[in-house]
Design a binder for this molecule. Structure first.
Ligand code: ADP
Length: 160
């Protein structure tokens, strides 16, 4: 079975993330979405909440699972029995950092490869930070995040 891991902060998940997951789910047997528990940052949603939001948004996909992880991605990959990392690339600026990460992960665990999927043209502008900015100032999130998550994201952004 071909398992791939799609790691990220997903704070919150956007339609850009979901587009990459949907495309990966068509290409591979099993997609594990890995939510990074990043203690250094103060996220809008806790890791547990981000897992719940993604799980809700992805409930129609039989071959997608959502987990959280901390520490090294390569260690998490071993736990879920995967050796392919999927990354979405929006612009050349994403590539520089992602290339560095891909080489680092490969140096740590040579059996692990990173595959880049180019962003769809409809979502190449979209990021979690942009969603937070739009929600903070009362703009509409329609088309930016899954419809089922709009109210919870709006509420949380207003509380901040
Ligand atoms: P962000 O950069 O939006 O804060 P994450 O750290 O959660 O996002 O990103 C996880 C992965 O998803 C990264 O590989 C990132 O490049 C990719 N990604 C983020 N937004 C998009 C998008 N709109 N289209 C394609 N890939 C994306």
């Amino acid at each position: 079975m071909n398992t791939v891991v799609y790691p990220g902060s997903f704070d919150p998940c956007t339609n850009g993330h979901l587009d990459i997951i949907a495309r990966a789910a068509r290409l591979f047997d099993r997609v594990v979405v890995a939510v990074l528990v990043n203690n250094a940052k103060t996220p809008l949603f806790s890791a547990e909440e981000r897992v719940d939001l993604l799980t809700e948004a992805l409930k129609d996909y039989d071959n997608v699972e959502v987990h959280s992880f901390s520490g090294l991605l390569v260690d998490f990959m071993k736990k879920v029995n995967a050796n392919i990392i999927i990354k979405g690339i929006r612009a050349l600026s994403d590539y520089e950092y992602e290339f560095q990460m891909a080489l680092t992960n490969n140096a740590l665990a040579p059996e692990i490869e990173t595959l880049f999927i180019p962003a769809s043209k409809d979502y190449m502008f979209l990021s979690s930070s942009l969603v937070k900015e739009v929600a903070k100032y009362g703009g509409t999130l329609t088309g930016l995040v899954p419809d089922c998550l709009i109210s919870v994201i709006n509420e949380r952004c207003k509380e901040r």
